[in-house]
Design a protein around this ligand. Structure first.
Ligand SMILES: Nc1ncnc2c1ncn2[C@@H]1O[C@H](COP(=O)(O)OP(=O)(O)O)[C@@H](O)[C@H]1O
Ligand SMILES: [Mg+2]
Length: 315
């Protein structure tokens, strides 16, 4: 049984239908990626799940029982790192942790220990007495993440946790997310960065225009696409186009080159040259056409998004 289920959420802001029936589930101790371009409806979904926004329709359930996302017990079990940084710029990192800790109802003795732990987890201990206004984007994001962890939630909702951060902070946040998952915390990780979702998430729900397009394990999603090998030859070979279109799945002209694409169904890009590519290379050899390059494209979520929606994931 999934830990949490989201069923058919709908939400409209005036003229905009932000969510048009969003359903997905999260298992215990897994990182679920919510991947979609800006405007897909990720933040709206997460705000509803965090009990901060009311859905027009739809329900949540936790371990099979109906869940009211505004119920205090649920709110206490949940950590939410919002897309807009929650920390107060005029307070220091430590003052922010104390403030939010009291808000979460941590006891005074626990608060000091927990704040020190969070400063260690986020790598902010050396700057704990600095005002957040003086922090880099990466440091602010790490504090935002740390605040969500203060009360030891077993469900963590992260909304674009790495926007505007340096590569080091990004790696840090990804590592800490995986560590929490290993401790049994369920995590929802919303992002429009395909690379990141691919690294950090166990399962991925791809979202577009207020709907879940597809949701599955990363492995299964990537297996939906065949690896593709691209062989480049000079565009002067156009005269032999008939033979080439027979030997390749797709032929495309790019400037002074022809790109011959061959799908490799049973190969996810791990090995270079499969039987179909060997056949194409043999044909090129027979036609005495020079090969300029051979590259194999590993299937990724970007290509899957393009396939499912007909549009690019990036802006
Ligand atoms: N407060 C709001 N008022 C009006 N429209 C909004 C509001 N918040 C979000 N939207 C619109 O709802 C859609 C989904 O937005 P959002 O949930 O923020 O998506 P995402 O987080 O995936 O970028 C977008 O078209 C956005 O412009
Ligand atoms: Mg958003």
């Amino acid at each position: 049984m999934p830990f949490l289920e989201v069923n058919n959420l709908c939400k409209r802001y005036d003229a905009t239908q932000a969510l048009a029936g969003v359903s997905f589930s999260i298992g215990g101790g897994e990182v679920l990626g919510l991947l979609g371009p800006n405007g897909a409806g990720k933040t709206t979904t997460l705000m509803i799940m965090a009990g901060l926004l009311r859905a027009d329709a739809g329900t949540l359930s936790c371990e099979g029982r109906p869940l009211d996302p505004t119920a205090p017990a649920y709110r206490r079990s949940l950590g939410f790192a919002p897309q807009n940084i929650a920390a107060y710029p005029e307070l220091t990192a430590l003052e922010n942790l104390r403030f939010f800790g009291r808000l979460y109802g941590l006891k005074r003795s626990d608060l000091a220990t927990r704040a020190a732990e969070i400063l260690a987890i986020t790598g902010l201990a050396p700057r704990q007495h600095s005002r957040v206004a003086t922090f880099s984007g990466g440091m602010k994001r790490r504090l935002n993440f740390g605040i969500a962890l203060l009360h030891r939630p077993n469900l963590l909702i992260l909304d674009e946790p790495t926007v505007g951060v340096d590569p080091q902070s990004r790696a840090h946040l990804i590592g800490q997310t995986r560590a929490l998952r290993d401790q049994g915390v369920s995590v929802i990780y919303a992002s429009h960065y395909m690379e990141e979702v691919q690294v950090v998430c166990d399962r991925v729900a791809i979202m577009d225009q207020g709907r879940i397009v597809v949701a599955d394990t990363l492995r299964n999603l990537l297996h939906r696409l065949d690896a593709e090998t691209l062989v480049e030859i000079p565009a002067t070979a156009c005269e032999q186009l008939d033979a080439l279109t027979q030997a390749a799945d797709r032929v495309e002209q790019r400037g002074d080159r022809l790109v011959l694409a061959v799908r490799q169904p049973d190969d996810n890009g791990a090995s270079g040259i499969g039987p179909a590519v060997s056949r194409l290379l043999a044909v090129l050899d027979e036609l005495r056409l020079p090969v300029l390059s051979v590259t194999t494209k590993r299937p990724d979520l970007e290509q899957l998004f393009l396939r499912m929606t007909g549009r690019e994931l990036r802006d």
